[in-house]
Design a protein around this ligand. Structure first.
Ligand SMILES: *Cc1c(COP(=O)(O)O)cnc(C)c1O
Length: 374
């Protein structure tokens, strides 16, 4: 059997270990310390736009705190893109609130502005104005930020930008992670850079960052004794893991180029197979191509291809199953147009790691060509 080719595996740059050694040498083995502060500065310098970053134990924790900071409470409704990973929606339920799912559009596979508008009007007519909108840059492709934010502003509803998959992507020359009223990043093991587990909350308001740090460190009031006037969380990032993040930030630009190279290689070599189509970048959009995805003509062909790749010890994965199709969310309201269902049927994510060798890329490509007899 040939060696396994993974969908997206961690890719260390080389300096991570020395940051970790420094944490050990100085005994900063805690969820605070110089690497935590340093990693936050690295992120702020990268994202620009006067951002403030609070690094946390996961992207999910960042989403949870974002909802708390926007005052989402029991009985509230929050709009969420249906086509996403479940972690975008779960924290809504942690707050006792209800997700309201909105379908995708074809150009970016992200939240459809028209469907969002229909959903907002209908929720308001039903007496339930949503408290927030969670929009996602799926697979690194930016959502239609002008359209989504214009609608959100018109309805005066804050946007949480889920940029877990899109660090390194840009929309009209601005970095993803800087568009939301609050934005979040993830550094989970499969993301474009990783701290093994970790995340960040990004805001332009320093007071919001301070509140996020306060809540993430057990909400201890400013007193010598342990005094609490609000419920806290243990969500801060470890100084050891933040050291990995500092090493990863040194190679982020290379990681984006490597993932884009994967996509370009797939496209160039598979373009003559009529059954395969790719998601192009609309004008002004720059995707980190976190995962390279293709669309096939049907569910049967997609599944056949997935199994063919598996025969060659190559991991691939269907596009995210929309949240409105998930058993756990089936009672939630959703506003649908058929697009995310169709993408789920036909779409497949190909191996996309920044550490794929040319030889591994060629193995994937020839397995796909064999399947389509191209
Ligand atoms: C990975 C991911 C998250 C959650 O991040 P974790 O760090 O794994 O908690 C949230 N949203 C999306 C779209 C993701 O891909």
């Amino acid at each position: 059997m040939e060696s396994k080719i993974w969908l997206s595996s961690p890719h260390m740059g080389g300096n991570e270990q020395s940051y970790i050694n420094n944490a050990f040498d100085t005994n900063w083995i805690a969820p605070l310390g110089p690497h935590v502060n340093g990693f936050e500065s690295d992120l702020q310098n990268y994202l620009k736009e006067d951002t403030h970053a609070a690094v946390l134990s996961s992207g999910t924790a960042a989403l949870h705190l974002a909802l708390i900071l926007l005052n989402v409470k029991e009985g509230d409704e929050v709009i969420c893109q249906s086509k996403t990973f479940s972690a975008s929606a779960n924290p809504i339920v942690y707050q006792g609130a209800t997700p309201v799912f909105v379908d995708s559009e074809k150009d970016t596979w992200n939240m459809c502005p028209e469907t969002l508008e229909i959903a907002l009007q209908d929720r308001i007519k039903k007496g339930k104005k949503p408290k927030a909108i969670i929009a996602v840059h799926l697979y690194g492709m930016p959502y239609k930020a002008d359209e989504i934010h214009n609608i959100a502003n018109a309805f005066n509803i804050p946007v949480i930008e889920d940029s877990a998959e899109a660090l390194g992507s840009c929309y009209k020359n601005k970095k993803c992670g800087t568009f939301g009223d609050i934005s979040i990043l993830s550094f989970n093991g499969n993301k474009i850079i990783t701290t093994s587990g970790g995340g960040a909350l990004i805001t332009k308001d320093k007071a919001i960052k301070q509140k996020a740090v306060f809540l993430s460190t057990q909400a201890r009031d400013n007193a010598v004794e342990y005094l609490h006037s609000s419920i806290g969380y243990n969500y801060r990032l470890s100084n050891v893991l933040a050291g990995i993040g500092r090493g990863q930030m040194e190679v982020l630009d290379d990681r984006v180029l490597a993932r884009r190279h994967n996509f370009d290689t797939y496209k160039a070599t598979l373009n003559n197979i009529d059954e395969i189509t790719f998601l192009e970048e609309p004008e002004g959009y720059y995707s980190n191509r976190w995962l390279s995805c293709i669309l096939t003509p049907s569910e049967e062909i997609k599944e056949g291809l997935r199994l063919k790749l598996l025969e060659h010890n190559i991991e691939s994965r269907p596009l995210w199953k929309p949240m409105h199709q998930q058993p756990v969310f089936k009672a939630c309201p959703s506003y649908l147009n058929g697009i995310s269902d169709d993408l789920f049927k036909k779409g497949l994510c190909l191996p996309s790691g920044s550490n794929l060798t040319e030889n591994e890329l060629n193995r994937v490509i020839s397995a796909i060509k064999t399947y389509f007899r191209a």
